[in-house]
Write a protein that binds this ligand. Structure first.
Ligand SMILES: Cc1ncc(COP(=O)(O)O)c(C=O)c1O
Length: 248
C-alpha cells in the first residue's frame, strides 16, 4: 500500500530521489524472491504473472532454436500447453508428450528415455493446479542436466508452499505467479539461470537486460517481495513447529 500511494518514481529513472526510492524497493523485492527460491537476485526478471513468464521462456527459447523439440507433460497449465500448441501449429516446434498415470504422476524412466533422444526444452510444473500432485523437481532437473536440456519449471502452485532450491537443483527457468502466494494480481517473476539468455517477446526500452522491456510495476513488485518474505517466515515457522501430541 505504501508503494502504491507514496512511491511514484520510475525505478529506472534513478537520477532523482523518487526514482531512487522505487529502485530500492525493486532491489529489496529481488532479494526477497531470491531468498525464498534459493536463487541469486541477479537471476530474477519481473513479469505480469506466470503466464507471461512461461510464454517468455517457450517463445523466447524457440526463437533461438528453430525447429525445436519440446518435451511437455500433458497435465501442465494451459499457459504451457496452449503456447506449445500455438507454436506447433505454426510448424515451429514438435511436441513430445510425456506419459502420466491416473494421479498425474510422471514416470521418471520414461522421462529419461525421452530426454535421451535430445530436445531443446523440457516443461514440467512443480505442483499441479488441478489435482495437487507434487513433482520430484530435483530428480527431473538432474535428468534434464544429464541430457543438456534446459528445464522450465512452472512453480506457480509451489513457491511459498514447498521448498524450492533453484540453484542447487539446477533448474534453468522458474515461473512464479504473485497472486498464488498472496501478492497482488498482475505481478510475477521468471528466474533465469545465470548464463542463459532469452529472446524478448516484448520489445521496448531494453529494461531488465533487454529480456522484458516495460516500466516496472513497482507496487506489485514490492508486494511480491513482501509476500515472499512472509511466506519464507511462515514456512520456517511451520517446519520448526512442535508436532501436537494427542493425550487421548
Ligand atoms: C500451475 C499454474 N501455472 C500458471 C498459471 C498462470 O498464472 P498467472 O495467473 O500468474 O498468469 C496458473 C494460474 O492459475 C497456475 O495455476
Amino acid at each position: 500500500m505504501y508503494y502504491m500511494t507514496n512511491t511514484f518514481g520510475n525505478a529506472n529513472s534513478v537520477d532523482h530521489s523518487y526514482g531512487d526510492e522505487a529502485s530500492q524497493a525493486v532491489k529489496q523485492a529481488r532479494q526477497q524472491i531470491a531468498e525464498l527460491t534459493n536463487a541469486s537476485a541477479k537471476e530474477i526478471i519481473f513479469t505480469s504473472g506466470a503466464t507471461e513468464s512461461i510464454n517468455l521462456v517457450i517463445q523466447g527459447h524457440i526463437q533461438q532454436n528453430t525447429p525445436s523439440k519440446i518435451i511437455v507433460s500433458p497435465v501442465e497449465h494451459k499457459a504451457v500447453l496452449d503456447t506449445c500448441q500455438a507454436l506447433a501449429k505454426k510448424g515451429l516446434v514438435e511436441i513430445i508428450w510425456l506419459k502420466v498415470n491416473s494421479q498425474a504422476q510422471i514416470n521418471l524412466e520414461h522421462l529419461e528415455k525421452v530426454c535421451s533422444d535430445g530436445a531443446s526444452l523440457l516443461c514440467i510444473m512443480a505442483a499441479n493446479n488441478e489435482v495437487g500432485t507434487i513433482y520430484p523437481i530435483q530428480k527431473i532437473a538432474l535428468i534434464a542436466k544429464k541430457y543438456n536440456i534446459p528445464f522450465l519449471c512452472d512453480a506457480s502452485q509451489a513457491v511459498g508452499k514447498i521448498p524450492i532450491h533453484f540453484q542447487e537443483w539446477g533448474i534453468t527457468y522458474l515461473a512464479i505467479s504473485g497472486h498464488k502466494l498472496y501478492a497482488p494480481k498482475g505481478i510475477g517473476a521468471l528466474v533465469i539461470k545465470k548464463g542463459y539468455h532469452l529472446q524478448p517477446i516484448i520489445y521496448g526500452g531494453g529494461h531488465q537486460q533487454g529480456i522484458r522491456s516495460g516500466t516496472l510495476n513497482v507496487s506489485g513488485i514490492a508486494g511480491l517481495g513482501e509476500a515472499c518474505h512472509l511466506r519464507g517466515l511462515e514456512m520456517k515457522r511451520d517446519e520448526t513447529a512442535i508436532p501436537s501430541v494427542s493425550l487421548v
